[in-house]
Design a protein around this ligand. Structure first.
Ligand SMILES: O=C(O)COP(=O)(O)O
Ligand SMILES: [Mg+2]
Length: 225
């Protein structure tokens, strides 16, 4: 029988990455002569991958560019972000201990993010966490990404899991909607990057600190109680 699986979103859930993402984004838009975005804008900018982040930042600055120029901006972003890693990005308080507890109790762990898979793996590798995960999938791993249910289903498959014994933990509407569509139990964290309050997104459970993420809680949620 496959191990039960706990999947984590990355930006705003597993790691606090917004300051580094913002620096690389501002490097790119600053190069175009646009004024930098501010930290508070990140809740609106992060969550659907770097292309969406750049497009939303241009929208915020009311700037239109030719579509042929867009890939160049994306490449500049990835080069800067990759070269700066791991920067100041760190796991949220208590999540490393929570992952240790879950692994000791027999849970497999995975990452399901809309970052590119290469960037996600690089950050996890440089911070020493990559070996924990049975699967790491990004916004470009499959033909679809969160909020599409198949991003979660694909991650469960690569981790040799079973959707009925899997949980998705996330900070944004993309995570909670994808889980709902996939028929996968969700846990929301309110400290990440979301424009909408987690209580409004309606996950199956909300934790406000990772000390609440115990094998008992996950077991209870998987049993529907
Ligand atoms: O960087 C992004 O926009 C995607 O981030 P995610 O890890 O929250 O899916
Ligand atoms: Mg997120």
């Amino acid at each position: 029988m496959p191990s039960p699986l706990v999947m984590f979103d990355l930006d705003g859930t597993l790691f606090h990455t917004a300051p580094d993402l913002m620096e690389s984004l501002n490097h790119v838009i600053g190069g175009m002569g646009l004024s930098p975005v501010e930290y508070d804008d990140m809740t609106f900018l992060v969550g659907s991958g770097a292309r969406a982040m750049i497009a939303r930042a241009l929208e915020l600055r009311e700037t239109e560019i030719a579509s042929s120029e867009f890939e160049g901006l994306f490449t500049r972003f990835l080069e800067h972000y990759s070269a700066s890693m791991p920067g100041t990005s760190q796991p949220y308080p208590g999540v490393v201990e929570a992952m240790d507890r879950l692994a000791a109790a027999g849970y497999a762990l995975a990452v399901c993010t809309n970052k590119t898979e290469t960037m996600a793996r690089r950050l996890l590798k440089l911070t020493g966490h990559l070996p924990r995960f049975a699967a790491v999938t990004g916004g470009d791993t499959f033909a679809v990404r969160k909020p599409d249910a198949d991003h979660l289903h694909g991650t469960v498959r690569l981790a040799d899991g079973d959707p009925a014994r899997s949980i998705m933990i996330g900070d944004s509407i993309n995570d909670i909607s994808a889980a709902r569509r996939a028929g996968i139990v969700s846990i929301g964290v309110p400290f990440g990057y979301s424009e909408t309050a987690m209580t409004e997104l309606g996950p199956d459970h909300i934790i406000s600190h990772y000390k609440e993420l115990t094998p008992e809680l996950v077991g209870r949620l998987l049993n529907g109680s």
